[in-house]
Design a binder for this molecule. Structure first.
Ligand code: ADP
Ligand code: MG
Length: 663
């Protein structure tokens, strides 16, 4: 064993969870379901799978560890592979949407909760796994809740009691030979609820290593939290002893702008101060860049990590002594407009008390720490204790379809918290509009095909429809960009005119979708002949996000494979005929459409909301009779983003607008 590996093993032994190792293994061995509660950084996510593997509890099956976020899944897999001294993809692997690194030897697999749900479609009992660890269960994402619900039935099927025949002899059913263990892991004190759901499952507590954290509040509310965070950071940097700083912000844009201003001011500091090294951490950041936060801080340097709530519990960063908490996060929320209509939106809002406490806790991992809250003590007291589970506040369309494919109904499943009746109606209506369900709410063959794509049902519908119009090649280019975690045309508020000019050549008069296609086509041409450096320069010159284009290319290749699987010819191309493309888009985005009113405003075709075309749209001032859009964003008004003008006649031609009963 080399020195580095010996150090790693020593670190493993020093983790708080190591003390309870044998007891934990024994409890999991003895119980079908275990709820494990422990402070962030105690070692749950990285150690428990290794313990279960090393002690033989997992037997010949695989161990799945679910994560709500893909970055957490990929970076944890990397860490655990290192601890097991193997390369990633051998004993330890991961599987996230559009990306899998694993092999026949893989025994521990970090997966997103969504991927495991997807696996259910082909393996109803998840029989490849002997242990399923549902991690970060306190986040209560829609997919985690779905999984928790499904695991309850799977446990019943796989761990059914041994049948006793008339002679009194035990006769194990075939399934009994492959029993399942479920471990629910959570960072906060909601273990009772999980335990109750699994008929009183055993709860285990792991004590963390927590040092006192001194908390400061502001005397008055801060309207500009990026500015307040900048000032607070430099107060710490100039006055306080060494120690790294972790700043919590709601999203990528704020992170990027704070990063810029910290760097500008840091460069102006007199030489006697330590250097400042900033690191960003948010969901859309590529794994290579994320791992920078774990690198040891160089000498005479203060590391400043700018993160979203991803750094609250999923990952632990060593060396943090100071936390600055803006008190804000972005939360997915389904905005119900009227019965059967609404949309998902990401809203920046106040965090919960439980998040605020988690954030403060990040400062006390290695010694006494300090947390600077950029809000008042009253504001803290006014925060709600915990947030609603996603199932109560998100669109259910995709989950509904996946359950239908499993022969189940969302309305009838046993959930920890039941979904809202309006949201269920909305999902039902969309699936019906897309042709995935028939009038009897039964799954159609189209619906089954839709579910086979790793896409939201509307985009899957667009891909399927492209077959009729012979433009699958073009549609896959567009859909892959729409499926990326980051935007292709990033916001360049400080350099808007130059960006608009540079992007002009991609602009298509029909709007954003064809514009995306033009940019993607141009990139592919460059990528096929130019070097990496030249490609990067080209993207920079045209104000295109290269990260998005690379990700989109990868996604497109996977979608091509998904097409081949169902015999859809992805090479079918319509050339320059944009009508074929718009027709396909129209079919899948039918619920995301609006018609021009006599006064020039746009009203949704489903629902009664007035929407405005986003000012950043390639459509510009053009007043089309009808538009389709990718999403609605809700700021001061409702804006449609990703907009294309479509001939009004296209809607009339869609079967659904001829049917009665659809508004
Ligand atoms: P928990 O799940 O209880 O919050 P983890 O198992 O995620 O704890 O982490 C245990 C420890 O392993 C952390 O304190 C951290 O220092 C270390 N660690 C985890 N992931 C990484 C990584 N990618 N690189 C370096 N260290 C890591
Ligand atoms: Mg963890």
């Amino acid at each position: 064993m080399n020195v580095k590996q010996a150090n790693l093993q020593e670190q493993r032994k020093q983790l708080p969870i190591a003390k309870g190792k044998d007891a934990i293994i024994q409890e999991i061995r003895d119980n079908d379901v275990t709820v494990l509660l422990g402070e962030t950084g105690s070692g749950k996510t990285t150690q428990i799978p290794q313990y279960l593997l090393e002690s033989g509890v997992s037997g010949s099956g695989m161990i799945a560890v679910t994560q709500p976020r893909r970055v957490a899944a990929t970076s944890l897999a990397g860490r655990v592979a290192l601890e097991q001294n193997t390369s990633l993809g051998d004993l330890v692997g991961y599987s996230v949407r559009f990306d899998e690194v694993s092999s026949a030897d893989t025994k521990i697999k970090y997966v997103t909760d969504g991927m495991l749900i997807r696996e259910l479609l082909s393996d109803r009992l998840l029989s490849r796994y002997s242990v399923i660890i549902v991690d970060e269960a306190h986040e209560r994402t829609l997919r985690t809740d779905l999984l928790i619900s499904k695991l309850k039935t799977i446990l019943k099927a796989r761990n059914a009691p041994v049948h006793v025949d008339r002679k009194g002899k035990g006769r194990a059913s075939a399934l009994k030979a492959n029993p399942l263990k479920v471990v629910i892991m959570s960072a906060t004190l909601d273990a009772e609820k999980f335990s109750k759901f699994y008929d009183g499952a055993k709860i285990l507590y792991v004590k963390g290593r927590q040092h006192p954290v001194q908390i400061f509040h502001t005397a008055s509310g801060q309207s500009d939290y990026v500015d307040a965070a900048t000032r607070t950071f430099f107060q710490i940097h100039v006055d306080q002893p060494p120690g790294d700083v972790l700043i919590f912000l709601p999203g990528q844009e704020d992170i990027e702008s704070l990063d810029k201003s910290i760097q500008v001011y840091a460069a102006r500091l007199p030489a006697e101060h330590m250097a400042v090294l900033t690191c960003q951490m948010f969901a859309a950041l590529p794994p290579g860049q994320q791992s920078r936060i774990f690198n040891p801080t160089p000498a005479n340097t203060r590391k400043c990590i700018l993160a979203t709530n991803i750094a609250e519990t999923s990952i632990t960063i060593p060396g943090i002594k100071y936390v600055i908490d803006t008190g804000k996060s972005k939360e997915k929320r389904f905005v119900a407009r009227d019965v059967g209509s609404g949309f998902d939106t990401l809203l920046t809002g106040d965090i919960t008390k439980s998040s605020a406490m988690q954030r403060a806790g990040r400062a006390g991992r290695e010694g006494k720490g300090y947390c600077f809250r950029l809000y008042t003590e009253d504001a803290f007291q006014a925060m709600s204790a915990t947030s609603d589970p996603e199932i109560r506040r998100c669109s259910l369309t995709s989950a509904f379809l996946q359950l239908k494919c499993l022969g189940e109904d969302l309305e009838e499943l046993d959930f920890m918290d039941k979904p809202d009746a309006d949201a269920v109606q909305f999902a039902l209506k969309i699936l019906f509009l897309l042709g995935a369900l028939d009038t009897k709410k039964s799954l159609t063959s189209i619906g089954r095909h839709m579910a086979s794509f790793p896409l939201e049902p509307p985009l899957a519908c667009v891909v399927l429809t492209s077959k009729e119009h012979g433009c699958t090649l073009e549609i896959l280019d567009i859909v892959s960009v729409l499926s990326c975690t980051s935007k292709l045309f990033f916001d360049v508020s400080d350099d808007r005119d130059n960006a608009l000019e540079a992007r002009r050549k991609f602009r298509h008069s029909s709007g954003d979708h064809m514009t995306i296609l033009n940019a993607m086509r141009a990139y592919q041409e460059i990528a096929s002949v130019e070097s990496k450096g030249a490609r990067r320069d080209w993207c920079r010159k045209h104000y295109l996000n290269e990260r998005t284009l690379m990700e989109a290319t990868k996604i497109r290749d996977q979608l091509r494979v998904a097409c081949e699987r169902i015999g859809l010819d992805w090479k079918a191309s319509c050339g320059e005929n944009e009508v074929a493309v718009l027709k396909s888009l129209c079919r899948g985005l039918v619920h995301n459409s609006a018609l021009k009113q006599p006064d020039g405003s746009y009203m949704q075709t489903t629902g009664r909301s007035l929407v405005k075309i986003h000012p950043g749209s390639a459509l510009g001032d053009r007043k089309a009779d009808a538009i389709i859009y990718d999403e609605l964003v809700f700021t001061t008004q409702i804006f449609a983003r990703g907009v294309s003008a479509v001939p009004k006649a296209l809607f009339a031609a869609l079967p659904i607008f001829n049917r009665r009963g659809i508004s």
